[in-house]
Design a protein around this ligand. Structure first.
Ligand code: PMP
Length: 323
């Protein structure tokens, strides 16, 4: 096992300038922990001996989710282009894992981070980003995520020199991170045997990036995009694309197949995998497991790979665990 100690992570209150030397080492140490996540075989999703099902355990990233990959890529690209400097504040509208990843990386890379989210965003997530030292601006909960995005756009428009706004929905570094890492890892970890790739669609970075990488290796690999089955759903991180603005980075020509999963089926799967596999998954990971199992039941043989974006640690207050 690779040591996953984060003991070199400097506290977010450390001065970005005076701590420079130590900071760059801490930064490398933390960044080394992002990606190369384990590929777990999930035998309880395999209906018969001719099909294998695997999932990437993305909670093994230091920020606890798949979004560490995209946030790191967007921030390092910003540094390289000169758009992200230590005089600027990284700002974005996110109540989820991307915000946690920005906050964590901002702390170790020495950038101020401001996250705008609706006032009803989960308390746990607000606490996590605040603990990393990020500033949180709360917007009217009735306006949802759109109100948070508008607020960011207003702040940036009023003082563009002050902010770095990565905008994960339109930033190509989001999907490219998964092209370079997630897709590459899946191909090698299965020794090129992957036949089906199933991923949930949020910003769509995971699906588009890893999917393109796999198709480039082998165009026969089937790409299955998974979405919630209704506009109102409990699958944090995923989008019902028919009822929301489609992310700019999405490629609607890529998927060979689309699957819709209900929140109830995902909850049931979360309980099942907790008990059968010892895996406490987040709702979107459980939904990915539902979609992977459906594919496994359908094909005569194959190697099906999905992504488990995070684990249950941020969702344990959701009532379905008490079923
Ligand atoms: N599940 C969770 C829990 C997430 O935070 C995200 C990121 N929004 C996703 C799924 C979807 O990933 P992507 O944004 O790469 O489509």
């Amino acid at each position: 096992m690779v040591s996953r100690s984060t003991s070199t992570l400097i506290p977010s209150t450390a001065a970005p300038v005076s701590g420079h030397h130590r900071q760059s080492r801490s930064r490398d140490e933390l960044i080394r922990l992002i990606g190369n996540t384990p590929l777990l075989r999930i035998t309880s999703l395999e209906p018969h001996g001719k099909v294998e099902v695997y999932a990437k355990a993305e909670w093994a990233n230091p920020g606890g989710s798949v979004k560490d990959r995209a946030a790191l890529a967007m921030m390092t690209a910003g540094e390289q282009s000169g758009e992200l400097t230590h005089e600027k504040i990284l700002i974005d509208a996110t109540s989820g894992n991307t915000g946690i990843a920005y906050a964590m990386l901002g702390a170790v890379m020495g950038y101020r981070v401001t996250l705008v989210m609706p006032a009803n965003a989960s308390q746990t997530r607000q606490q996590i980003v605040a603990a990393y030292g990020a500033e949180v601006i709360l917007t009217d909960p009735l306006g949802g995520m759109d109100a948070a995005i508008e607020q960011v756009q207003q702040l940036v428009a009023a003082d563009p020199e002050r902010y770095f706004y990565p905008d994960q929905y339109s930033n190509p570094n989001n999907w490219q991170a998964h092209y370079r890492t997630t897709g590459e890892e899946i191909f090698h970890q299965t020794e090129g045997k992957v036949t089906h790739f199933v991923a949930g669609l949020g910003t769509t970075g995971t699906f588009v990036g890893a999917g393109r990488r796999l198709k480039a290796y082998n165009p026969d690999i089937q790409l299955i995009g998974m979405q919630p089955d209704a506009p109102l759903h409990g699958l944090e991180g995923l989008k019902h694309l028919e009822s929301v603005r489609v992310p700019e980075i999405y490629d609607d020509q890529l998927a060979d197949r689309q699957l819709a999963v209900s929140t109830e089926d995902a909850h049931e799967m979360a309980l099942r995998l907790a008990r059968e596999e010892g895996l406490l998954l987040g709702p979107s990971a459980a939904a990915a497991a539902v979609a992977a199992e459906r594919m496994a039941q359908e094909v005569a043989s194959g190697v099906i790979v999905t992504v488990f974006p995070d684990n249950a640690s941020k969702y344990l207050d959701e009532p379905f665990w008490e079923l």
